[in-house]
Design a protein. Sequence first.
Length: 77
Amino acid sequence: MGPMVVVVAIAVSLGAGLTIGVIAMVALAVRREDRQYSLTRQAPSITARGVRRLTGVGLRDITPPSARLPYGVRIVR
């Protein structure tokens, strides 16, 4: 039973380290986004892009859809 305890302890340590690493990455990327006021632009780094995808936050486009269409194109509903 001794080797099994060691294997479980290693697995728990790796899982805890991975969880702490992900939380730290999210915290640092969110802090950078807040400092740069960049949620209305493209993500400033690959880390921020990954955190946006992980948390479900995308680029917020504040222009209405009709303003983004080329001239003469109509929206059909």
